[in-house]
Design a protein around this ligand. Structure first.
Ligand code: SF4
Length: 469
């Protein structure tokens, strides 16, 4: 079975048969294939997501009728995928596929593959908007190396571009195109250069970091690759994700002391993957796992492909293999259709996970996305109230997380001087991204220096006071 098959699940499909009994028989076969793949049948006269016209070419009249029916389908739902199958499709294939409105032409010897071909065509159709914007799915990663970075101690390295996830609220897959990963050698060369320039901490970033290298591995860029790699859910798959070999090589770069990872998918965090990560001493115990909602129904509408149970499991693995890891996240409040109960689930779940930090976003409509067309948009006032309520929980959780380190000895990479109420500090972050305001205690402290400190527990602004040991 093709790996794009999940694209068919839940889609409304309508069939129309022209011509002979053989065609009727074959339509039946195709119908079964679609239903088996999870599609839902609907009447040809109704609105559907996929129309299959099993055409006939026995006469000119049959040709004309076939064309008419194909156009009728498109008229019924311009967003639908219109598939021409059968004899006329076979005979006039090229002419048909050049015609606006016909999305897929399936010849007679391809009917057994119709579901697979339709799934592929659905993916291409999603990519068409990209083509208009000249962001093609074939486009290679655009190399844009950096020599220096604006932050003095932390270098952000882009290792990947594009996203194939199509979350319903997000325009990125349309404007950035498909996943393209930067070559390992280019990344390593850049990090080595930055390490030689004195940088000790690197943050690997991307639009969808978890997809790093997958398009090269599978030799094709497909929206579903990431899902399928994870759906197969074998330990082997996860330890073989191309991100790990890259991380192992970054770990070996002299001068680099800390590797931080940008936003990751919860689904990437299998036990095997987390165990491998934990074997790399330079990986910071700080993970940003994008959540977006703590309610399964909302997640589904968002087209996020994990459940809260899976999310929780991912965090449990992190806590099993890392000591007090910081787990940070993003949450959107006021997504279309989010009820008070659904929002309450998010609040509950945030507490359950005990995030160390939450970035809160009020849902904002984005033309061209699925969510923009959803019913039950939430009022700005409700969004603001939910944002405030979640902020209160966030503050509580963040403070509780930081309190765990009262009196602890930590390593801080110093960033810049600060003076607060007449006291001079050097600011910096621990490996868990706790901000520390470090008192020099008579020692000369420098930016980009790594020091051992004792955390006092006193809160100063958004950080905690610390003293050099
Ligand atoms: S939210 Fe992230 S994962 Fe979802 S489509 Fe946008 S970039 Fe991709």
């Amino acid at each position: 079975m093709s790996k794009e098959m999940h694209k068919i699940e839940g889609k409304r499909v309508a069939f129309l048969t022209l011509g002979c009994k053989v065609n009727s028989y074959e339509t039946e076969g195709m119908r079964e294939l679609f239903l088996k793949a999870g599609a839902v049948e609907t009447e040809f006269g109704e609105e559907a997501d996929i129309y299959v016209v099993n055409t006939c070419s026995v006469t000119n009249m049959a040709d004309r009728k076939s064309r008419q029916m194909l156009h009728r389908a498109k008229k019924k739902n311009p967003d639908a995928l219109v598939v021409a199958a059968g004899c006329y499709a076979q005979a006039a294939g090229e002419k048909l596929s050049a015609q606006e409105g016909i999305d897929l032409v399936v010849g007679n010897n391809q009917k057994a593959r119709i579901v697979e071909l339709t799934a592929e065509a659905l993916l291409k159709k999603e990519a068409q908007i990209c083509a208009v914007l000249d962001i093609g799915r074939e486009k290679e990663y655009e190399e844009l190396p950096i020599e220096t970075v604006t932050e003095r101690t932390r270098a952000y390295i882009k290792i990947q571009d594009g996203c194939n996830q199509f979350c319903s609220y997000c325009i990125i897959p349309y404007v950035r195109g498909r996943v393209r990963s930067r070559g390992e050698e280019e990344i390593l060369t850049e990090i080595t250069r930055l390490a030689k320039a004195g940088y000790k901490e690197v943050v690997l970033t991307g639009i969808h970091l978890s997809s790093y290298g997958l398009e090269k591995e599978k030799n094709e860029v497909r929206a579903s690759e990431f899902d399928l790699t994870l759906a197969e859910n074998t330990e082997k798959e996860h330890t073989e994700l191309p991100l790990l070999p890259l991380l192992r090589r970054v770990q070996d770069i002299e001068g680099i002391q800390r590797i931080r990872l940008g936003s990751l998918e919860p689904r990437i965090m299998t036990e095997a993957f987390v165990k491998e990560l934990a074997s790399l001493s330079k990986i910071c115990p700080h993970f940003h796992l994008s959540l977006q909602s703590g309610c399964d129904a909302t997640l589904k509408r968002m087209n996020r492909k994990y459940t809260t149970t899976e999310y929780k499991q991912a965090v449990e693995y992190l806590r099993r293999y890392f000591d007090k890891p910081a787990v940070t996240t993003d949450i959107i409040v006021g997504f279309p259709g989010e009820t008070e109960e659904e929002f309450a689930d998010t609040l509950r779940f945030a507490r359950e996970i005990a995030f160390s930090q939450i970035h809160i976003f009020k849902y904002s409509r984005r033309a061209g996305t699925v969510a923009d067309r959803m019913e039950h948009q939430i009022s700005e006032q409700a969004k603001a109230e939910r944002s405030d309520a979640l902020e209160a929980v966030e503050r509580e959780l963040r403070e509780a997380y930081i309190r765990q380190f009262d009196g602890a000895e930590e390593e801080v990479l110093l960033e810049e001087p600060a003076e607060i109420d007449g006291t001079k500090y050097m600011t910096g972050h621990t490996t868990r991204y706790v901000k520390a305001l470090v008192e020099a205690c008579g020692k000369a402290l420098q930016a980009n220096e790594s020091v051992q400190v004792s955390i006092s527990g006193n809160k100063i602004g958004d950080g905690v006071a610390a003293k050099v040991l």
